[in-house]
Design a protein around this ligand. Structure first.
Ligand SMILES: NC(=O)c1ccc[n+]([C@@H]2O[C@H](COP(=O)([O-])OP(=O)(O)OC[C@H]3O[C@@H](n4cnc5c(N)ncnc54)[C@H](OP(=O)(O)O)[C@@H]3O)[C@@H](O)[C@H]2O)c1
Length: 345
């Protein structure tokens, strides 16, 4: 699978469907060479066609990100073919929807191997090519759930939190080494992707993203921008900001909110149908970027660098503290005046 040489090159893991497919198309729209990594041939062929149609040059690899050697070989081949790797996007994932007590040890291990270690393998493969050039950007596709785990997806939430831990260590090391290789982690809200029709599930009803839901193309535009600007993190969607900040301020309240509302919010009213799942093998079809939630998914979403959100929150808390202090002092002065007036009488 090949194409002709062009200037800038991105590699996207999990590029055959969902968010990764939309990201691949977004880079192609800007004329990039796009290395596509996923397991299923059908989705990879669809993604190659999408990239070529959008104006990019595709190069695809049927690779399992749980296998570090396969990922490294794909990275070497991309770098050799296009002359380097400018941006690497760690996006591939699998999950298991089930209560912890019903999730098997091998399932925890495999979700970890793909969703967490897959990002480690991608990063190692990218660094091999970026460090000698002292240039390049690695984007980690994360989730609000990297900060705040939800019920029924412990294996996935823990893997996303692990990615955040890994990225923070590496960032400090790069700063220590004076490296110009950049890292950015993008925390996503719920997205309308095929995930909900092929993730392994033991839940009684069909799956859904917990609303509000956004289209993968809206997310891809932010990911493209993050790859250019490399903010430390980018939080996409108000639901993401609320989940992360709320968990810092009132984690106990969030525990109970998730138990009461989000537990059942991860399912639709429809009874779960028997279907294949993508945990160990791809479901080798080509659904494209979007899932079945078009009618409920917004085509635009706001994103913010959390530094500004935290500054805003600190300013708001400062204003409340200032107003409380002012009111307390004013009350004290009024009481003092009343006391003096009573004494003079
Ligand atoms: N959808 C959401 O609501 C949501 C919310 C927050 C964050 N995210 C994040 O967005 C990213 C993409 O999620 P999505 O919803 O787009 O998922 P998706 O629709 O299930 O697509 C997953 C992609 O990863 C590939 N993949 C799965 N296992 C792989 C493996 N072992 N090796 C290589 N590729 C593999 C799949 O292709 P093959 O099966 O053919 O390999 C597919 O291309 C993930 O990082 C996820 O955590 C999604």
């Amino acid at each position: 699978m090949s194409g002709r040489k062009r200037a800038r090159t991105v590699v996207v893991t999990g590029a055959s469907a969902g968010v990764g497919r939309a990201i691949a198309r977004e880079f192609a729209r800007h004329g990039w060479n796009v290395g596509l990594i996923a397991r299923g041939e059908a989705g990879l062929h669809g993604a190659m066609a999408d990239v070529a149609r959008a104006g990019g040059t595709p190069l695809a690899f049927a690779v399992d990100v749980a296998d570090a050697d396969q990922v490294a070989e794909a990275a070497d081949a991309v770098a050799a073919f296009f002359g380097g790797i400018d941006v690497w996007i760690n996006n591939a994932m699998v999950t298991v929807y089930a209560p912890v007590r019903e999730t098997r040890p091998d399932e925890f291990a495999h979700v970890t191997a793909v969703t967490y270690l897959g990002q480690v393998h991608g990063t190692l493969a990218a660094l091999k090519h970026m460090l000698p050039r002292d240039a390049g950007t690695i984007v980690h596709v994360g989730s609000a759930l990297a900060y705040r785990s939800i019920p029924l997806q412990a294996s996935y939430c823990a893997a996303k939190a692990a990615v955040r831990g890994f990225v923070d260590s590496l960032r400090s090391e790069l700063i220590h080494d004076g490296s110009r290789v950049r890292l950015t982690m993008v925390q996503l809200p719920a997205v309308n992707t095929p995930q909900f029709d092929w993730a392994r599930s033991r839940l009684p009803r069909a799956l859904q993203p917990v609303p509000p839901i956004y289209q993968p193309e809206a997310i891809a535009r932010h990911v493209y921008r993050a790859a250019q600007d490399a903010p430390r993190e980018l939080w996409i969607g108000a639901a993401t900001w609320k989940a992360i900040l709320g968990n810092v301020l009132v984690p106990g309240l969030i525990d109970r909110y998730l138990a009461r509302h989000v537990y059942r919010g991860e399912m639709t009213q429809m009874k779960a149908a028997a279907r294949p799942d993508n945990l160990y093998e791809p479901v080798d079809t080509d659904p494209g970027a979007r899932g079945r939630f078009d009618a409920r998914a917004a085509g635009r979403v706001a994103a913010a660098d959390p530094r500004w959100l935290k500054l805003g929150l600190a300013a708001a808390l400062g204003a409340v503290a200032g107003a409380t202090l002012f009111a307390t002092e004013a009350q004290g002065r009024a009481e003092e005046r009343r006391r003096l007036a009573g004494r003079d009488r």
